[in-house]
Design a protein around this ligand. Structure first.
Ligand code: ADP
Length: 190
């Protein structure tokens, strides 16, 4: 297991689980949201290109996201594998990832999606807004992001299911419980 995707709606806990699972397999966790946020903070050209989309709860355009991801996966630490958190989110990104992997003679091992009750998601995001002060965590934006996920990203699960790669994991409960479920779904005995 060294090329893994973790998916799920905003607030499902992808970022937290990504770090746990990546550490277990000794691969880097690559989060497109985290890369965008650090570019916004540093005021880079990429950050400037991404910011207004993020603040509105919209996806950053595929050309921008795909170029960034291709560059990130081309770095040495990803040569032996990676866990992707927050990518792909559109069918065009699925195609880009397929091409990057084919170019490296590699393939995906698994696509994990976290399932969490809709009300619980909103509650978690509102709580996170109070703690982290993320510009994309205001209530309107939170709702918009759920909607964008349902429209643009949820259909990707069917695509990966058709490829026999998709496993769904219950994302409710403590961080530890969820990561134990993810590892079990990936065939690791805990
Ligand atoms: P969450 O997991 O809460 O949805 P992320 O940290 O993954 O948040 O992403 C934050 C924002 O960064 C997204 O709402 C979007 O604007 C942008 N973003 C992250 N990944 C992508 C992607 N693959 N394609 C387009 N935009 C993205």
């Amino acid at each position: 297991m060294n090329r893994i995707l973790i998916m799920g709606p905003p607030g499902a806990g992808k970022g937290t689980q990504a770090v746990e699972i990546a550490a277990h397999f000794g691969i880097p966790a690559v989060s497109t949201g985290a890369i965008f946020r650090s570019n916004v903070e540093d005021g880079t050209a990429l950050g400037d290109a991404a910011r207004r989309y993020m603040d509105a709860g919209e996806y950053v355009p595929d050309e921008v996201t795909n170029a960034m991801l291709r560059d990130r996966l081309g770095r040495r630490d990803c040569a032996g594998g990676f866990l992707l958190d927050g990518y792909p989110r559109t069918l065009a990104q699925v195609a880009e990832l397929d091409e990057i992997l084919a170019g490296a003679d590699a393939c995906l091992d698994a696509v994990v999606s976290l399932r969490v009750d809709a009300e619980e998601l909103i509650a978690r995001l509102v709580r996170r807004a109070q703690i982290e002060n993320r510009a994309d965590d205001t209530e309107d934006v939170v709702r918009r992001r759920q909607q964008v996920y349902a429209e643009e990203t949820a259909p990707l699960l069917a695509e990966y299911a058709a490829r026999g790669l998709h496993v769904t994991v219950d994302g409710s409960g403590t961080v530890h419980k969820v990561s134990a479920r993810v590892l079990e779904a990936l065939g690791v005995r805990t």
